[in-house]
Design a protein around this ligand. Structure first.
Ligand SMILES: Nc1nc2c(ncn2[C@@H]2O[C@H](COP(=O)(O)OP(=O)(O)OP(=O)(O)O)[C@@H](O)[C@H]2O)c(=O)[nH]1
Ligand SMILES: [Mg+2]
Length: 661
């Protein structure tokens, strides 16, 4: 299957999963089981499935064929080149292709001069009026291609301007732009380009990032330390006729090599194999040459030859446009598409399956708890009424009095529960403050100031270590505080369980370790980036500012995720307490009503007992159904290349899977 087909399948699967969760939500709602905790959890899972993005980034030295490869893999359907690809430097600014239904199809370009201001790219994204906008007509490939040519635009500036914009460094003269006959220097006209179009793959959540060659991307820290580390796959491209040059290697080291601990994938492509096609040589000789180039490249990059995929982007594009099956095979483009589909999509699915499964398990436990409590209430009522059989009116009246007294005692405890609640909320607020943006910003302001000290280059590791140690300490403090909240609620739950026969149970304890690890990764990414070739840039204050902003924007995502987790945990715990209190109140009302009816017409007892039995029966059925429904949520239709986790999932969901086929 091609990448495109595989991607279609992946989104169909996501949609089916989201629809299942919707069904589960409705089922719960109909049974009055969709408490705020359950609702939030289902909402989060559905959001995750719906909005899941898959970002594939193309990184390489200039003219290796990044843009051509993007044309060949994704846009051949337009029957022509969409991304500009030509000899020499072509793509001058990072170009992101994606789809946002809220914005009309357009190309947005952020002027390079914005580099003189401190805002991060993320902040500029939120300021649409600062971008130049060109509407795109996806039904007119010619217009599309002409508009997108803008990403190749340049400006001519003086040396001082070039320096201010981050394109001139006395420390790295070999990377500086060449002076033109007019004494001016050529720099990119745009800083970043966003293409929003309703292409089928983009609509389903694919995001493609095309980048300019070395130096151009080094100057934009956010790209290296935020965007690329978040890509699900990075495709690194070499040219078969040139092999691995010094700058290829620099690029590899800076952007691709430090990825061992991550779950994403790196693909290495040896492009332009058609330059080795030679009418005077035998096919066997050509094949041997391609193999030799693969082996040589693999060796320099420290990979096995099998990890280097040889293709011809140009011939692949041509073959697709002309519908020439033989040329397509010769271009070997399908090899790359298979690798992309397997590596990227299978991995993405594994992650989604794991997360939906974990979410559903937690949900199941939570709702099951609720049903269990409901069952106990019904059982007790049943016993109570059974005991009334054949009893005279005095006994019945006494029973009623006893229930009313119990009810009064229970109501009186409401104030105590409220008090516990408010202490709990106060503690929780402190946790949220520790994870909140105000605190984070304050920490980062201190960090930004440290970065701007003159001569910081030597002490850079220490500055990062200090800032990140403070952040880690903050997370640890949040964890400790959270532990207190959990302990407190735990003991309250135990007390209530003893006193009122509740079955309250705390949701599984939260561990913020994952977020601490995310901090470690960000720190490593940054030090890696600075350690290699970009340290000299720190002498420019705007750069230090941008670097600090880049850290902040990634940290924000980590802190928001942590706060969301705490929020969900809290909602689940609170919903349980609320649910059981509510259930109990209802039970009192029902018990009193039942006894009242029996008092009135001495004959209602059997009917009420039968009714309770039936409710219990229904409850047992619901519990079974719930078990099935929450398992089905991940019993997936088989992906083409079943990832390991999906196989595990199916092992204990045989019934559901069978039922589906
Ligand atoms: N012969 C041959 N030429 C190719 C192939 N792929 C790309 N090219 C050519 O190589 C040149 C550079 O290709 P681009 O796609 O612009 O390269 P890029 O990596 O995007 O370069 P920048 O945008 O400058 O960073 C263009 O003239 C392409 O036509 C290929 O497979 N075979
Ligand atoms: Mg390009």
């Amino acid at each position: 299957m091609s990448f495109n087909q595989e991607f279609d399948e992946h989104s169909a699967w996501r949609q089916a999963q989201a629809a299942r969760l919707q069904g589960l939500a409705e089922w719960l709602e109909a049974r009055d089981l969709l408490d705020p905790g359950a609702r939030e959890r289902l909402e989060q899972l559905r959001h995750q499935l719906r909005s899941d993005k898959v970002m594939v980034a193309f990184v390489a030295e200039f003219s290796r064929g990044k843009s051509e490869l993007i044309n060949a893999v994704f846009f051949a359907g337009y029957g022509r080149r969409i991304m500009p690809a030509s000899a020499g430097r072509t793509t001058m600014c990072p170009t992101e292709l994606g789809y946002d239904a809220d914005v009309p199809p357009c190309l947005r370009l952020l002027p390079i001069e914005t580099r003189l201001q401190p805002q991060s790219l993320l902040e500029w994204r939120g300021a649409p009026d600062q971008w130049e906008r060109i509407d795109l007509d996806v039904n007119d490939p010619g217009q599309l291609a002409r508009a997108i040519e803008k990403v190749a635009e340049v400006r001519r500036v003086t040396q001082d301007e070039a320096r201010a914009l981050g394109f001139w460094h006395d420390e790295a003269p070999e990377d500086n732009p060449l002076v033109g006959p007019d004494g001016l220097y050529e720099v990119p006209r745009w800083r970043h380009a966003l293409i929003n179009m309703a292409h089928p793959l983009l609509k389903q959540g694919l995001v493609i990032l095309d980048t300019p060659g070395l130096n151009a991307i080094g100057a934009e820290p956010e790209l290296t330390v935020s965007l690329l580390p978040q890509a699900h796959a990075v495709v690194f491209i070499l040219a078969a006729d040139a092999g691995v040059s010094k700058s290829d290697l620099a690029m590899w080291r800076e952007h691709l090599a430090p990825a061992a601990e991550r779950r994403d994938s790196r693909l290495v492509v040896l492009n332009k194999i058609d330059t080795l096609w030679d009418e005077l040589s035998t096919p066997a000789y050509i094949e041997a040459q391609i193999q030799r180039q693969r082996e040589a490249s693999a060796q320099v990059l420290g990979l096995s030859p099998a990890q280097v995929i040889a293709v011809s982007a140009q011939k692949g594009l041509l073959a697709k446009v002309r519908d020439d099956g033989r040329l397509l095979t010769e271009s070997r483009l399908p090899d790359l598409e298979r690798a992309l589909a397997q590596d990227v999509l299978a991995q993405r699915r594994t992650i989604l399956v794991e997360s939906v499964q974990a979410g559903l398990e937690a949900l199941h436990a939570q709702v099951e708890q609720h049903l269990h409590a409901r069952g106990r209430e019904l059982d007790e009522q049943l016993q109570e009424l059974e005991a009334l059989r054949g009893k005279n009116s005095t006994v019945i009246r006494q029973m009623r009095l006893r229930i009313e007294q119990e009810q009064a005692e229970f109501d009186a405890s409401g104030a105590r529960i409220q008090a516990v609640r408010s202490v709990h909320l106060k503690l929780l607020k402190e946790v949220f403050a520790l994870l909140g943006s105000t605190r984070l910003k304050a920490e980062m302001a201190q960090f930004a100031a440290a970065l701007k000290q003159p001569g910081i280059k030597l002490g850079i590791r220490r500055v990062y270590a200090e800032a990140f140690d403070r952040l880690r300490a903050g997370l640890q403090q949040a964890q400790a505080q959270l532990g207190e909240v959990q302990d407190m609620l735990g003991s309250t739950f135990r007390e209530l369980n003893t006193e009122f026969g509740f079955t309250l149970q705390l949701p599984e304890r939260l561990d913020l370790q994952r977020h601490t690890e995310a901090l470690d990764l960000i720190e490593r990414n940054h030090l890696q980036y600075l350690g290699l070739t970009n340290l000299f840039r720190l002498s420019q204050p705007e750069f230090a500012e941008r670097l600090a902003k880049a850290v902040l924007s990634r940290l924000k995502a980590v802190y928001e995720a942590a706060a969301d987790e705490v929020e969900l945990w809290n909602k689940s715990a609170a919903a349980q307490l609320d649910g059981q209190l509510r259930e109990r109140r209802k039970t009192f009302a029902r018990r009193i009503e039942a006894v009242h009816r029996i008092q009135q017409a001495a004959g209602g007892l059997d009917e009420r007992i039968a009714e309770l039995r039936q409710q219990l029966e229904q409850l047992a059925q619901d519990r079974e159904a719930l078990e099935r429904l929450s398992r089905e949520g991940v019993a997936v239709t088989e992906p083409a290349e079943a990832p390991a986790a999906a196989v595990d999932t199916r092992a204990d969901t045989e019934m559901a899977t069978d039922g589906e086929r």
